[in-house]
Write a protein that binds this ligand. Structure first.
Ligand code: NDP
Ligand code: 2IT
Length: 445
């Protein structure tokens, strides 16, 4: 780490104590940006880096609700409005017991660069709550979502801040929050994305993150005349992103052999076929069960409390959560012959693990580029809401593919180092330049 980066990081850590995930995300970006900033003094003079790590606004609020027993529950709600230089704040809401300020700030920070890469006019934000939807009834989830929106509504709007889903927030939760916003404001607007088809949602939004991650991988491989066809793929998670990553791996002729949840992972060497995937979707989205049940149903192995990175594969798709690939896991993957990692999750690999991928020169698509398909189709949902019009499935999918290709091209443009494409550097630089130039144009605000 250069002295400049070290100095910068010390200041960030002193000002934002006890936020390790935020420090990690900032450090990864600043390390790749510093040489560029030094070569372009206009950014240093305007203190763009110092400004870009400081959220424009933090909103923290109490979320009280009544559970089914009639007891009062209290959660904490957050919205991080990180950067609006190139468009309204945009980013998901995460409901998970681990949620805290540092985690949401890392997510909001990454979102700024990701949204810039999408080519669409969206700033960066993130929010959520330490509420745990697991084991809660639909009624309890509704009560929580309504109380959450009773405060959030005054901070968001279709031209101000447009939240969406993330871990623990899917179609059900977006529906409850949209219903409450509509009731309070007496307005039917595109204030949230990930809405249902019948009430303003976009086709392909549920599929978009998983599909996009696989499209990004295919772009990396196509550049050197290869493809996913016939490749063994290890996937983690079994939620929204993982499910549609597996669906697209199947479409492209690859073979997905694992899925996981916080309990452990299943290994199905014969592949998670479309029929088996339909079972997983029913299990996870309707019955809200555990992935272990897959192993019982199909007679495959279940590894309790383990992650799938020790399974031999050609390509890996982490689609669960941050820091799920440790340094040891990254080393194991490359030693077992894994040639490609495309991140459906946000920051799933620790920084030392990322360095292993770069040192070994494998194809490595960092989350802010590889999982940008979700927010891209959110952007397309906003466009359709403004137009009061819906595009067809084919139209949205074609636009998504075009956007993932454009993101890949920006990474190649900014990240090529001799015969290797450093997609980390490419994504960080390309994402930064657009936002930084907008900030320069807007003056000191
Ligand atoms: P879901 O809630 O649908 O699924 C999350 C999956 O990850 C579940 O299988 C869950 O298991 C597992 N998981 C979550 N937290 C942990 C943990 N701490 N340890 C182990 N497993 C865990 O979320 P999504 O699929 O939407 O999100 C997955 C990842 O993708 C996240 O990193 C998210 O930020 C990122 N992402 C999501 C986008 C979207 O559009 N939804 C867009 C871009 C990125 P369990 O049920 O046991 O908790
Ligand atoms: O991390 C992400 O990009 C998301 N959770 C999706 C954000 C969005 O606004 O669709």
């Amino acid at each position: 780490m250069s002295n400049k980066v070290q100095e910068f990081m010390e200041a960030v850590k002193a000002k934002n104590p006890a936020q390790p995930e935020f420090h990690q995300a900032v450090e990864e970006v600043v390390e790749t940006l510093m040489p560029f900033i030094e070569a372009n003094p206009k950014y240093a003079k305007a203190k763009i880096l110092e400004r870009i790590v400081e959220p424009e606004r933090l909103i923290i609020f109490r979320v009280p609700w009544l559970d089914d027993k009639g007891d009062v529950q209290v959660n904490r709600g957050f919205r991080i409005e990180m950067n609006s230089a190139i468009g309204p704040y945009k980013g998901g809401l995460r409901f998970h017991p681990s949620v805290n300020l540092g985690i949401l700030k890392f997510l909001a920070f990454e979102q700024v660069f990701k949204n810039s890469l999408t080519t669409l006019p969206m700033g960066g934000g993130k929010g959520g709550s330490d509420f745990d939807p697991k084991g809660k009834s639909d009624n309890e989830v509704m009560k929580f979502c309504q109380s959450f929106m009773n405060e959030l509504f005054r901070h968001i709007g279709p031209n101000t801040d447009v939240p969406a889903g993330d871990i623990g927030v899917g179609g059900r939760e977006i529906g409850f929050m949209f219903g409450q916003y509509k009731k309070i404001r007496n307005e039917f607007t595109g204030v949230l994305t990930g809405k249902g088809r019948e009430w303003g949602g976009s086709l392909i939004r549920p599929e978009a993150t998983g599909y996009g991650t696989i499209y990004f991988a295919e772009n990396m491989l196509n550049r050197v005349g290869d493809s996913l066809k016939g490749k063994a793929c290890v996937v983690s998670g079994s939620g929204n992103v993982a499910q549609f990553a597996v669906e697209k791996i199947n479409h492209l002729g690859g073979k997905a052999v694992t899925l996981s949840d916080s309990g452990g992972f299943i290994h199905d060497p014969n592949g998670i076929t479309p029929e088996k995937l339909a079972y997983v979707m029913e299990l996870k989205n309707v019955k809200r069960g555990r992935i272990k049940e897959y192993a019982e149903k199909y007679g495959v192995e279940y590894f309790e409390g383990k992650k799938p990175w020790g399974i031999k594969c050609d390509a890996a798709f982490p689609c669960a959560t941050q820091n799920e690939i440790s340094l040891e896991d990254a080393t194991k993957l490359v030693n077992n012959g894994c040639k490609l990692v495309s991140e459906g999750a946000n920051m799933p690999t620790v920084n030392d693990g990322v360095q292993v991928f770069l040192d070994k020169k494998i194809f490595y698509g960092p989350g802010k580029a590889a999982n940008a398909g979700g927010v891209s189709v959110s952007g397309l949902e906003m466009s359709q809401n403004s137009l009061r019009f819906n595009w067809t499935r084919e139209e949205v999918d074609e636009k998504l593919q075009g956007i993932m290709k454009a993101i890949h091209e920006q990474c190649v443009k900014y990240g090529t180092e001799g015969d290797y494409v450093n997609y980390v550097k490419g994504a960080n630089l390309a994402g930064f330049v657009k936002v930084a130039d907008a900030m320069l144009a807007h003056g000191i605000v």
